[in-house]
Write a protein that binds this ligand. Structure first.
Ligand SMILES: [Zn+2]
Length: 135
C-alpha cells in the first residue's frame, strides 16, 4: 500500500520545527520535514519559500494535530521556556512577525534580493489574554 503524507504545520526556523518534531516522535509519530536543509543554509529565505514544512503520515494526522494543539498554541523562547506576558503574566502569548503585511514583505523581498539585511524584519509577541503587544 502506498503511504500518503499530510502537512500539519510550517515553521519559520528549523530549530522550532526540531523541537516540535522531537515532541511528536516522543509520542510515537514519525515526522518528515521538508525544506529544512534549504532553510538551514539560508534562514532568510524561509519566508519566501513558506518555511519548514512538517509532514506526517495521513494516518497519524489526527494524533499529531492533537499533540500540536497541546504544545503549539503558545510561544516558547529560545530556551524552550514558555513566554509570559509582561503585563498580565498570561502564558497565552503568540508570536507574529510584521513581515506578514505586504509592505514589509516587499521590503523583505528587496533586501533578500539585494542581500542586505531586512530592515522591517522583526518579531513581536501578542498576548491573547490582555491584547498586549510586546517585543
Ligand atoms: Zn497579557
Amino acid at each position: 500500500m502506498k503511504e500518503t503524507f499530510v502537512n500539519i504545520a510550517c515553521y519559520q526556523y528549523s530549530s522550532e520545527a526540531q523541537i516540535v518534531k522531537g515532541k511528536l516522535q516522543s509520542e510515537g509519530i514519525e515526522v518528515f520535514l521538508a525544506d529544512q536543509v534549504l532553510i538551514d543554509t539560508d534562514p532568510l529565505i524561509s519566508q519566501a519559500i513558506g518555511g519548514v514544512k512538517m509532514n506526517v503520515r495521513t494516518c497519524d494526522r489526527a494524533r499529531a494535530l492533537a499533540v500540536l494543539n497541546e504544545i503549539e498554541n503558545y510561544s516558547l523562547d529560545n530556551e524552550g521556556k514558555r513566554l509570559i506576558c509582561p503585563s498580565c503574566n498570561s502564558i497565552h502569548v503568540k508570536v507574529y512577525t510584521n513581515v506578514k503585511d505586504l509592505r514589509s514583505f516587499l521590503a523583505f523581498l528587496i533586501s533578500f534580493l539585494t542581500f542586505s539585511l531586512p530592515i522591517h524584519y522583526k518579531y513581536d509577541y501578542y498576548c491573547e489574554s490582555c491584547k498586549n503587544k510586546f517585543s
